[in-house]
Design a binder for this molecule. Structure first.
Ligand code: SAM
Length: 233
């Protein structure tokens, strides 16, 4: 269960309405039960529920069950899609180990007003569900032209491009080293001018994801799965 508070032996931590609801209604927990807590910083802790109400709960930390490890992973820059498809990208990106998500606004981006709180909650739920102890960060949306400014020089930017003559991702990956990230376009694709701009970046490597045009969410998930399989991240 994710909680915001610091975790260490003997500390009693307060859990808000979300975790309290999950404990009561979903996990059917009771006072005295053990729960596993993480906050993205202090590893995972076994804790005993000391109070469980409708809108709040508390738990006392007993012992650390997993140490906090750095979990470096790929970055994902993506043009925000409509609600359900966006939700899917965010959820699967958490499961596939993405470390940072950067929404980028391209000419054909469909969804320009993101509900950041909702997406952050989804990220926390996803981290809980797949039992990762780090919580991926989500940046505020930026225009595509600004991506190079926030993207580190040493991190390869894999641009998923379906109609440019470029190497399949799985073929390209073994020749690349160091940290990486993926950029996926909107449902309507990148404009030619945008692709030209990306091609001129020293960090970009264009990659293809196979012979068919994938929906944007499929492209993101498929590419991240290949990266995880080949790079182990
Ligand atoms: N409307 C575009 C077209 O027909 O040319 C298709 C865009 S596609 C639905 C959405 C995004 O997914 C693309 O911008 C690209 O980043 C990625 N994508 C989809 N299929 C791909 C493929 N086979 N290889 C690489 N990227 C792909």
């Amino acid at each position: 269960l994710y909680c915001d508070a610091d975790l260490s032996q003997g500390l009693t931590v307060a859990l808000g309405p979300g975790p309290a609801h999950k404990l009561r209604a979903v996990l059917r927990a009771r006072v005295g039960d053990e729960v596993l807590l993480f906050n993205g910083r202090d590893g995972e802790w076994r804790a005993t529920l000391t109070d469980l109400g409708k809108t709040k709960a508390s738990a006392e930390c007993q012992d650390q069950t997993r140490a906090q490890l750095a979990e470096p992973g790929p970055w994902l820059a993506f043009a925000p899609l409509k609600k359900d498809r966006l939700d899917m990208v965010v959820e699967k990106a958490v499961e596939l180990g993405v470390e940072r998500m950067i929404p980028v606004l391209t000419a054909r981006t469909e969804n320009r007003r993101l509900k950041m709180d909702r997406l952050l909650q989804q990220i926390l739920d996803g981290a809980e569900q797949c039992e990762r102890l780090t919580v991926p960060t989500l940046s505020e949306p930026i225009p595509l032209e600004k991506l190079a400014q926030v993207w580190p020089q040493g991190r390869v930017l894999l641009v998923a491009a379906e109609r440019r003559d470029c190497t399949p991702l799985a073929e390209k990956l073994p020749s690349l080293t160091g940290p990486m990230g993926l950029l996926v376009g909107p449902e309507g694709g990148f404009e030619a001018q945008e692709l030209d701009g990306l091609e001129n970046l020293p960090i970009s490597v264009f990659v293809n994801l196979g012979p068919r045009i994938l929906r944007a969410e499929t492209a993101a998930i498929a590419a991240l799965a290949v990266m995880q399989a080949l790079n182990g991240e």
